[in-house]
Design a protein around this ligand. Sequence first.
Ligand code: TEU
Length: 583
Amino acid sequence: YSTPKWWKEAVVYQIYPASFQSQPGVTSGWGTIKGITSRLDYLKSLGVDVVWSSPILTSPQADMGYDIANYKDIDARYGSLEDVDELIAELKKRDMKLMMDLVVNHTSNEHPWFLESRASLDNPKRDWYIWKKPKSVGSDGVPEPPNNWAQILGEANSAWTYDEKTGEYYLSLFTPEQPDLNWENPEVRAAVWDVMHFWMARGACGFRMDVINLISKEPTYPDADIVLDPGHRYQPGSKYFVNGPKLHDYLREMYREVLSKYDTITVGEMPGVSDEKEILRTVGSNSGELRMIFIFDLVDIDKPNVRMALKPWDVKEMKSIISRWQRAMIENDGWNSVFIENHDNPRSVSRYTDDSDQWREKGAKLLALMQTTLGGTLFVYQGEEIGTRNAPTSWDISEFKDIETINYWKKCEQLYANDKEKLAHGRKIIDMKARDHARTPMQWSAEDNAGFCDPGTKPWMRVMDDHKTINVEAQLKADDSVWHFWQAALKHRKEHADAFVYGGFQELSPEHPEVFAYVRTSVRGERWLVVLNFSGKELEWTVPQGIEIESWERGNYVKGTPDKPKQSSVPLKPWEGILGKCG
Ligand code: TEU
């Protein structure tokens, strides 16, 4: 049983600031910081302790703020530093905290550091980024990139961008607008520590660290040896920059220089790593690196090699991923983050359950019950608490605003111009996986623009038509809504944190193809049974030997105590989830 800490019990709510809440008088159609502040009572009543906002710092918004041009100022679209001070003060009044998004694997290509770096070969900041000579100059006189890595967002181009002025390429793993910083350079690291101190001094409680496991690259920059798409020139080079050779040195230095001086919450975004030992080096209780990371095995369950692709999966696989990480962290004194949504993934109710009008509510509650009974720090993504679903397949492609989707669609059109079937498959991938699904404006009410921005202004991204029926206002009024289910489930989790946050985990019936069942045990020996039917079928779940059900406590079908037999088998309705107490 892990030592209690505030950041373990905290419920973190992720805000995507462009799409959360605008404010009166703002005509840009973007959410604002004042908009966030105006919703703090709402978040408090849901049960939120920590607000994590995706980036709000000065940015040309090539990748929605994940391209930062000034680490110490606020993007004018969102407001000002004073607005953030006010937000932090208002959070504090409510006993809540603000976690910043730290994006330091790369900056914007408009950051002054980069402008200097690209100015000349001998600029003092030249070495702050990763510059390389072209591999060769082709017979057509066109310089070739230093290696064959593909850019991550959309894979349409090289991960290297050529700069005419000095005749060299710079590494830009995500997009050309996001040049990678050179962490080998101690000046760069010192500049990052300085930014972190700046935000801690201003009252932040910690950081979510964007792709923090990509900061150390294999210094020889070899060609990628996987061929994803034989028709394509560029291939994923992740092997050479995911958890690279100096990652742990850098994280320990960060801890020594910054994090150890405060009582922080830190969560490292670490896509592409799934090795237990490697992860425990970062999140083990005495690692001196980070409190926890985002492990992507679950949200990447349908990901072969790149995100914009599809791989078949089933409930058994989903169960085994969750159980694996529950056990790995509990048994080895590491720490989990519990999440199934964020701004880079489709909506969970559409992805893991059934988002039809008939089943959406049950599915959303099922996922809420699951997450609120798993061990670790819980992350809820904006809109998840009302069961927001994916954008409809009827949307024109022009409604999708994310640079990844746009690049990916460009690639599809280039590669599959004459292949209708493949092009349709590309569109299907967008309908199922585009990051845009998580980025539609928050559905506050049934009014035009859903209460997200003034009815007279044009939101930066289309509001979904289903806000007429799926919205916060309606769900606050209805006792049996998804929202109220979340609120009650979060409260229950906190009241029994010793079992649900810190407790032991034992999976039951791991071979069952549809039912996910597990027992959570508290240090005092309390035992809770969770039974989740991940199918649209009625089923009968056989209670394994040794499990004595004392009472059923809650479920997603009835309010209050589910009416179930307590003996050898339990009937389950489609997408039903129930929580019981064991003897
Ligand atoms: O995302 C990292 C990223 O590449 C994700 O798409 C990740 O690969 C995926 O979720 C797991 O397969 C972060 C930010 O969250 C994203 O919005 C940015 O675009 C990206 O970094 C670049 O800063």
